[in-house]
Design a protein around this ligand. Structure first.
Ligand code: SFD
Ligand code: AMP
Length: 613
């Protein structure tokens, strides 16, 4: 009997359980309450909903807004844009569905108190670019969280570790379990429907920032792949996990570039003052054909040009902020861009004596991230909207995964790139509405949790604390422990494997079949050692389970990358053994399904349907 498993147990019954109170989760809670006034809606959040998730620190732009009431854009245009950026491979039904509803989400944010910048000449929202608008967004997250808090019972500081399945129907979700990272209480959530909105993943690949700086990444360091691992272990079908994203960012602080390129019209050169993108176009065309002529140039191809320039020794690449900040207004926007969303970048300026009005700043490509809401679309294979999804894209309820009663939103859902904060919240709303309908339609057949599964998990979850209790007796020289592996050591081992074998920064994003196969062997050995994780505190226990989630997700990324025998997104990763894009064979989604009992993976292709001309 585990020492720690004798702690308190708390059962929480819900009609709808939302895992993760980020943008997708807040949208799901809000909309579930709207359609399900009489239902019990519960949010389980591993941090505190007021400042959790990727938007914890705030943002300075909303990157998905149509402006339909002013005739600025139509949903069809947005589908074309996202499709072009992802080089043809997106779920057009899901993207269209978000685009047609996203404006109403943004209007709600403004009504709830989010200050959105206005264009003084038109009175409309100030456009950063065609799809983006500028906000004073330091408090974006608490403002949006308030709506969720009013809609649901929020359980903060609960790390969800596993989903529960119905006792008699193996493909029907029944809830989830986790533990309080504050007092260790074991939580059993029994729910009729579950919406997984647990966000994307940083720290799957080794970051450029290492040592004491390793907490500085572009995507939040606490984005720990639960969205994917929870689904994989439940046997849900996943897609496009090879579509990891690499971002061009201000060096060392990871400051985003959108406001600079699009609003401030800042330009980039190599160290010799040359604007280089055009010079790589012939080479790009030879690799990806017609996708090189998409406007704007796809994000991955912009990366590719930058990378080629760096490899040719023409770095550092410079963003000429000093040319853009020629008025006080622009200077204010430049600083606020970072102070609202990436304070670390403003700190880099201060610490390196960089006055952006005087001196250009270095740009560089980041390590890869796994996510579904930026210029990338890794995630779950989900049922689409009833009115416009092709027949093989729908099986009942919008945003339901292939597991009965299990929905997703935001980074969780695959195939629908470019949703960002507003689109993730919107997708949460869509999933919430569908989950309410699911609960009502299935009122007569509620799931039953499998008591044995709960008991098994109660023991497994606290095991790292017991392992530490025993292993600590053998500690030598401070923290050297022959008897267990610490979550940090496990994480560093994972990052090294992914970096060196699966296309991280140290390999200039290059991988190949032999490298991927070796990576899988090493991941297998790492997985064996996860049984010996030791946690000296509840905080470390959370880190241990985050590591479990990252490792399983990493394996899925590796298997997808091996399965797709082409280089579709040069600049995100390169299959050196398949350097070109191969549309006749690979104009498809890659799909995986994991069987945890047998520890087997099934890889397949799924069709890409174009529904917008
Ligand atoms: O400039 C568990 N994003 C941007 N979106 C925009 O609209 N505009 C921008 O300007 C954006 N930029 C940007 C962005 C993100 C970051 C980090 C930076 C800059 C520096 C992207 C959006 O933030 C992103 O698209 C959405 O937030 C995605 O929403 P969602 O819901 O999929 O993820 P989340 O918000 O991180 O929430 C996840 C929640 O789950 C919790 N959680 N809870 C319980 N148990 C577990 N096991 C859990 N695992 C996770 C998390 O704590 C979190 O609350 S720019 O760069 O493009
Ligand atoms: P980022 O700051 O890089 O996350 O980008 C914010 C938004 O601007 C996203 O919608 C990007 O796709 C878009 N964006 C960034 N840079 C460019 C560029 N050079 N051309 C077109 N769109 C861009």
């Amino acid at each position: 009997m585990s020492l720690r498993a004798s702690r308190k147990i708390k059962f929480v019954d819900a009609d709808i359980l939302v895992i993760g109170g980020g943008f997708g989760g807040c949208g799901a809670a809000y909309e579930s309450r709207y359609w399900g006034r009489d239902l019990k809606i519960v949010v389980a959040e591993k941090a505190h909903i007021d400042r959790s998730g990727a938007v914890a620190h705030g943002l300075s732009a909303i990157n998905c807004y149509m402006g339909m009431q002013w005739g600025e854009n139509q949903p069809e245009d947005f589908v074309r844009y996202a499709r072009g950026d992802l080089m043809g491979l997106v779920r057009e039904d899901l993207i269209y569905d978000i685009a047609r509803h996203v404006d109403s989400t943004v209007h709600k944010f403004e009504e709830w108190g989010l200050p959105i910048m206005k264009n003084p000449e038109t009175g409309r929202y100030l456009r950063e670019g065609k799809w983006q608008i500028m906000i004073h967004g330091e408090s974006y997250k608490p403002i949006v969280a308030e709506a969720a808090k009013k809609s649901a019972d929020v359980y903060n500081r609960i790390m969800v570790t596993h989903l529960l399945m119905d006792a008699t129907r193996p493909n029907r979700v029944a809830g989830a379990v986790g533990f309080s990272v504050r007092d260790g209480t074991f939580y059993v959530f029994r729910a009729k429907a579950v919406i997984n909105a647990a966000g994307g993943a940083s720290h799957v690949f080794r970051p450029r920032s290492v040592g004491e700086g390793m907490g500085r990444t572009w995507y939040a360091p606490w984005s720990s792949a639960s969205a994917y691992a929870l689904l994989l272990e439940a046997g849900a079908k996943m897609i496009q996990l090879e579509n990891r994203i690499v971002l061009a960012r201000f060096k060392d602080g990871y400051g985003p570039v959108g406001a600079w390129f699009l609003l401030l019209k800042t330009f980039v050169t190599n160290a010799y003052g040359e604007r280089f993108e055009a010079s790589w176009m012939d080479e790009i065309r030879s690799m990806v054909g017609k996708y090189a002529d998409v406007t704007p140039l796809p994000t991955c191809l912009r990366n590719h040009a930058l990378l080629q320039e760096v490899k040719a020794g023409k770095g550092p690449i410079l963003m000429h902020t000093q040319e853009a900040l020629d008025t006080k207004e622009k200077e204010d926007i430049g600083w606020e861009d970072f102070l609202d969303m990436t304070i670390g970048q403003a700190v880099v300026w201060a610490s390196q004596n960089i006055d952006p009005k005087e001196t250009p700043s270095e740009l560089i490509t980041s390590e890869p991230y796994v996510m579904g809401s930026h210029a990338t679309c890794s995630g779950a294979w989900a049922s689409g909207p009833e009115d416009c999804a092709p027949a093989d894209y729908q099986w009942g309820y919008n945003r339901m995964t292939t597991v009965e009663g299990l929905f997703g939103a935001g980074d969780t859902i695959g195939g629908s790139a470019h949703k960002f904060s507003s689109g993730s919240f919107t997708e949460g709303r869509i999933a919430g509405k569908a989950a309410v309908k699911y609960v009502r339609d299935h009122a007569g057949t509620p799931p039953q949790v499998d008591e044995q599964q709960v008991e098994r998990l109660r023991h497994a979850i606290y095991q790292p604390m017991d392992t530490f209790e025993l292993g600590r007796n053998e500690i030598v020289a401070g923290s050297v422990a022959p008897g267990y592996i610490s979550p940090l050591h496990g994480l560093q081992r994972l990052e090294k494997i992914m970096d060196e074998y699966v296309g991280g920064v140290s390999m200039f994003y290059v991988t190949s079949e032999p490298l991927l196969n070796r990576g899988l062997e090493l991941l297998h050995m790492l997985k064996e050692d996860l049984d010996y994780l030791g946690a000296d505190s509840l905080h470390q226990l959370q880190r241990a389970w985050e590591l479990h989630h990252r490792v399983l997700t990493a394996e899925a990324v590796t298997r997808h990358t091996l399965f797709r025998q082409e280089t579709r997104w040069p600049g995100y990763y390169y299959r050196a053994d398949h350097p070109k894009l191969v549309d006749p064979d690979w104009h498809v989604f890659t799909s995986s399904q994991y069987d945890p009992q047998a520890n087997e993976w099934q890889m397949t292709k799924l069709p890409v349907h174009h529904i917008i001309s």
